[in-house]
Design a protein around this ligand. Structure first.
Ligand SMILES: O=C(O)CCC(=O)C(=O)O
Ligand SMILES: [Fe+2]
Length: 350
């Protein structure tokens, strides 16, 4: 998640139980080492989460995004309101105040968002934003291009593991065609000592794959196969300098017939002394192009829906994204993912 400098400025992550999430390096992953690439693929099938250590160039771009994020959240409330999201109308870009969404218990969320669509930043569509963003459009678009090139590298490893032609998965999340891909800036204020709880409800990411950066702890994943209501099954991920967190989303689970895993996660207060600090995170949520189906892809490694006695997810990514985003706002994740193979819509949202 960012440079050592940003980590040094905050209390360190304490000695608490953490999730078993492997760390890979981007340079090694790009070196053509097929055994290493296979480990990445296996992780995407089992945990669905890993840390990715990046080079200085990307780390600098991420630090710059955190500066932009600070400026955006420091804007006056009147200015933020002008760019408010409107979930009931399907507008998930712009500003979301604390408490608009629900958590699992039905209580209001404890996080503030500012989100922009990749399509706007790269010029496919256009929407107004505050100056704190407009004046940094080139840094933001450079970050999006760079992060997307890293994602493309990971997708090509998944192509190989799934027996797909190289470039297949990247073609479903193209930056040249419309999608609901978002860059979401998030701020979590410290919570009162006697009233600490989940800030962002448990969910699986609805898109294909996520590139996430943060310095403080607070993100937890559910131990695969566990019941989400079992509090002991939730484990913190320990953020590390120069690393992003990569996680698989629902679209990749569907396209791969459940071979890949989108693991359930949530955000709660940061552990130890970190709980007294404001937590920022940056999530690049890469989603399928709007006109791409969620149906399974064909390869000798991907079982067909008929093989599994299953019904195809016959919905376009664009529609799936709107429905699931509305459900998440209302405090319900409309899909369960326990090991990938049994991801099913369980709640229909109009
Ligand atoms: O803030 C975080 O660390 C996680 C955010 C997240 O899970 C999301 O935006 O989907
Ligand atoms: Fe998420």
């Amino acid at each position: 998640m960012v440079s050592q400098k940003l980590f040094d400025a905050l209390p360190s992550f304490p000695d608490v139980l953490t999730a078993d999430v492997p760390k890979f390096s981007l340079s090694r992953l790009s070196s053509g080492d097929s055994a290493y690439a296979h480990k990445v693929f296996e992780t995407c099938c089992t945990t669905g989460f890993f840390l990715l250590e990046m080079g200085d160039d990307m780390v600098k771009e991420i630090d710059a995004m955190f500066d932009i994020s600070n400026n955006v959240f420091d804007l006056e409330i009147e200015e933020k309101i002008r760019y408010a999201q409107n979930a009931s109308k399907g507008k998930f870009t712009g500003w979301k105040d604390v408490g608009i969404m629900k958590t699992d218990s039905g209580a209001p969320d404890r996080c503030e968002f500012y989100a922009f669509a990749q399509d706007e930043i790269l010029g496919i569509t256009s929407l107004p934003h505050p100056d704190a963003i407009q004046s940094h459009r080139s840094a933001i678009s450079s970050f999006l291009r760079h992060a997307h090139s890293i994602i493309t590298r990971i997708l090509s490893i998944l192509d190989t593991g799934l027996g797909l032609q190289c470039g297949t998965l990247a073609s479903l999340v193209s930056q040249e065609r419309t999608s609901a891909t978002l860059l979401r800036l998030i701020r979590y204020a410290p919570q009162p000592l006697l009233d600490r709880r989940t800030s962002l409800l448990r969910h699986t990411d609805l898109g294909a794959i996520t590139f996430l950066c943060s310095v403080l702890g607070g993100l937890q994943i559910l131990t695969p196969g566990s019941d989400p209501t079992d509090e002991t099954a939730w484990r913190y991920i320990r953020p590390e300098p120069n690393c992003a967190i990569i996680n698989i989303g629902d679209a990749l689970v569907e396209w791969s017939g459940g071979i890949l895993r989108s693991n359930m996660h949530r955000v709660t207060y940061a552990p130890g002394a970190q709980a007294d600090c404001t937590r920022y995170s940056i999530a690049y949520l890469v989603r399928g192009n709007n006109d791409v189906s969620m149906k399974r892809l064909h390869s000798e490694k991907i079982p067909s829906a008929a093989d599994d006695g299953d019904v195809e997810m016959d919905v376009l990514c664009g529609d799936w994204q709107i429905n699931k985003s509305k459900a998440l706002t209302a405090g319900a994740d409309c899909a369960r993912s326990r090991g990938g193979r049994d991801l099913r819509p369980v709640l229909k949202v109009s």
